[in-house]
Design a protein around this ligand. Structure first.
Ligand SMILES: [Zn+2]
Length: 290
């Protein structure tokens, strides 16, 4: 098994020249100064924009209308190989241990929306329930933030970043699923992410056919919501994107005709949700067996 192609950075005059200025945002712009060689290695968009035939390449300034917070996450990945240190990344709090229990949370935990009195001792089950609701909300926000990172990876044509974001998205869904069998009350419940037709519509509008994100979404919906979801979609087909219906039917047919063994999206090889379009012949992704 060969290793992924090494990104070799050779040091030339460019490395010691003025960094590339990238202005990011809508009406309020944020300026970033970036090593041009490094960003061009990971983004085909920047590679093209930095060519001398474009004014951006001659002026050494690239303008983007993306969200600066999301772009900053991309830069943290570019610098560290991970997004964990990004300041703008939605935080997912750790849940405290329930007193007297080795488990972090009891099974069939009940959620209460009424506020609990503050305490400086160990958290009460009520507090833990409230923290669980916060945690689920943070998971949700992180999920949609990861989607924004994915779209940015698409527009910057940064394949390695997009593959990394897919790994993080699968990891988040897997981790969040651990709470799915807990019962709630007072209006709070475990919901399947992006199952509303408007969320599905947005994902399909912002991704091309055969996008790994679409593939993951369909696998996730079929596995976690299952028959209920299929029935609901069947009754409301006009509000769902046609491509989504096709993907759903295609996956259902594979299961029905036993074309492929059913494997949870959590346990599929990570490379299932990658794209590798710019690799040399014989390349095998390091995540193929993971
Ligand atoms: Zn891969």
């Amino acid at each position: 098994m060969s290793e992924p192609p090494a990104k070799k950075m050779r040091l030339g005059f460019e490395n010691f020249a003025a960094p590339l200025k990238v202005t990011v945002g809508g009406s309020e712009k944020q300026d970033f100064y970036i090593n041009k060689e490094k960003i061009c290695l990971e983004s085909d968009f920047f590679k093209a924009a930095c060519k001398k035939e474009w004014s951006s390449g001659r002026d050494n300034v690239v303008d983007l209308e993306d969200d600066p917070d999301v772009f900053a996450i991309f830069l943290v990945w570019l610098t560290t190989g991970s997004i964990s240190a990004a300041e703008s990344l939605v935080d997912i709090p750790e849940l405290p241990k329930v007193p007297g229990s080795k488990r972090k949370l009891p099974a069939n935990i009940k959620y209460e929306s009424s506020p609990e009195p503050p305490t400086d001792t160990e958290p009460t089950p009520g507090e833990t329930r409230r923290q669980l609701a916060v945690k689920l909300q943070q998971y949700r926000m992180r999920f949609f933030q990861l989607l924004e990172c994915y779209y940015l990876g698409d527009s910057l044509q940064a394949e390695n970043f997009r593959n990394y974001i897919m790994d993080r998205t699968v990891g988040l869904l897997k981790s969040r699923n651990k709470f799915r069998n807990m019962s709630f009350e007072a209006g709070e419940k475990f919901t399947v992410l992006a199952s509303h037709h408007l969320s599905i519509m947005e994902i399909y509008q912002r991704t091309p056919p055969n996008a790994p994100l679409r593939k993951l979404l369909v696998d996730y919906h079929l596995e976690i919501i299952g028959q209920t979801h299929v029935n609901e979609v069947a009754l409301d087909m006009e509000h769902h994107p046609q491509d989504y219906l096709q993907d759903l039917i295609s996956q259902l047919a594979k299961g029905y005709y036993n074309v492929a063994p059913r494997v949870s999206f959590c346990n599929k090889r990570r490379c299932t949700y990658h794209n590798h379009t710019k690799v040399p012949k014989g390349f095998v992704c390091a995540a193929t067996r993971l």
